[in-house]
Design a protein around this ligand. Structure first.
Ligand code: AMP
Ligand code: MG
Length: 411
């Protein structure tokens, strides 16, 4: 039975996502790469720490190190040496004595506390301590960040800039990752011209492949750009066949509606295993997922906002799964909308909006205005989606809605 929450013939968004993710088999092949090549690559093996980080007890401050017991009798100690980063103190620091110590320098076993130099008065070798200290103050302990043999990263971890820093701090020069996947991108449409070309009457500049390729760069995949393909059955078949031979994934845009020049579905049916869908989402109703003989296929709608929202919401999680990365749902925040949100029940909306804070410091969300699927500026000025469930109708200003912040893939 059809209720107001579902639209006939349209697959609910969550169901489409589940079907698509369960159809994707992650790549198995692995390779070793240097850290410099590691950004956004996915670990193929667990990493445990070969050492303590930090490797030795060291000073958190530029100052003086001593045994705290020395300060029980007196507040002036004699400086007997120094410990620098990379050049530790080798002598003995007895009661009544201290050493000069720099941030990161090794704390000798004969000292247990550090005071920062701002709280000391130095008179040649005589150092007067102006404040009371507690045992072990200003010390960073061996292994307090990462202990030897501790599990650091698990297989499936997509490496961020920070993760690469952590691996470097462990002295790991190379890591085993899953092989890069290759994605072929093509744009279908007789009216499309590349920026730089001359527009004839009725032509438009092609933008989908440009934005999509920029998004794919963030996923660190190999990209093959097939450019613009005419609305011609044979031309589309040739392009799909070539792309299928060279790539793990083929992503096209345009030609997935029911117009006279929409050949994508037809060609997919001829060449592969079609999982053609219409999805109960807005923007992005016409979206196709299927399989070509040796690749996965995503057919994005032609309208630029629809193309990018479906690429981001559906194709990106699928690519992450193919790369073996853990696919986490982006978190939803509960925020008051400052504007009315027009909506009809039946499809899940991904409206483009700006999340900001008002004068009271409260988070608010404001629609970027006209939500037409061809209005790409509604997306470029946004920093988040307002995610409205299928059942939801029009939303009044002041109501609380779910907000999903744009992640690094589309920002
Ligand atoms: P289609 O899905 O092919 O019917 O296209 C729907 C709308 O999106 C039409 O107005 C097209 O001109 C436009 N469009 C299709 N592909 C692109 C593209 N690659 N870049 C910009 N606009 C496009
Ligand atoms: Mg078209």
């Amino acid at each position: 039975m059809v209720d107001c929450c579902s639209a006939p013939g349209l697959l609910p968004f969550e169901e489409a996502m589940e079907k698509m993710l369960s159809a994707i088999m992650p790549v198995k092949e692995t390779e070793f790469i240097t850290l410099a090549q590691g950004l956004n690559r996915v670990l193929a093996s667990n990493i445990s720490s070969p050492l303590n980080v930090p490797g030795h007890n060291n000073s958190a401050m530029d100052g003086y190190a001593f045994k705290l017991a020395s300060l029980q009798e007196q507040n002036t100690l004699t400086m007997v040496g120094r410990s620098m980063a990379g050049e530790p103190f080798q002598g003995e620091c007895k009661l009544g004595e201290c050493i000069r110590i720099m941030t990161g320098a090794k704390l000798p076993p004969c000292c247990d506390t550090v005071e920062m130099q701002e709280n000391c008065q130095a008179n040649d070798e005589r150092i007067t301590f102006l404040e009371n200290r507690k045992f072990n103050d200003n010390i960073r302990f061996a292994g307090e960040d990462i202990a030897i043999n501790q599990d650091v990263f698990a297989q499936g971890k997509k490496l961020s800039a920070i993760d690469i820093g952590v691996l470097a701090s462990l002295g790991v020069p190379k890591v085993e990752v899953f092989r890069k996947i290759t994605v072929a991108v093509l744009a279908t449409g007789d009216e499309l011209k590349s920026p730089g070309e001359t527009l004839n009457e009725g032509d438009i500049f092609e933008s989908n492949s440009h934005a999509l390729i920029a998004m794919l760069e963030k996923l660190n995949v190999n990209i093959i750009n097939f450019g613009i393909i005419a609305d011609d059955e044979q031309a589309i078949r040739n392009a799909f066949e070539q792309a299928d031979q060279q790539a793990d994934v083929v992503i096209s845009s345009g030609g997935v509606s029911v117009g006279d020049a929409d050949y994508t579905k037809l060609v997919l049916e001829q060449l592969g295993d079609i999982g053609f869908w219409k999805i109960a989402m807005k923007p992005g109703k016409p979206f196709a997922f299927g399989k070509l003989p040796s690749s996965y296929f995503f057919g994005l709608p032609g309208n630029p906002v629809s193309a990018l929202v479906t690429a981001h919401q559906l194709a990106v999680p699928a690519l992450l799964k193919l790369q073996n990365a853990l696919v986490n749902k982006l978190p939803l925040l509960k925020v008051k909308t400052t504007t009315i949100l027009n909506k009809r029940a039946g499809r899940m909306d991904f409206q483009r909006a700006i999340l900001s804070s008002n004068e009271q410091g409260e988070m608010t969300v404001t629609s970027t205005g006209s939500q037409g699927s061809g209005i790409l500026t509604s997306m470029s000025t946004a920093n988040c989606y307002i995610v409205l469930p299928s059942c939801q109708g029009k939303v009044a200003a002041g109501e609380v809605v779910d907000v999903q912040l744009f992640d690094e893939v589309i920002q």
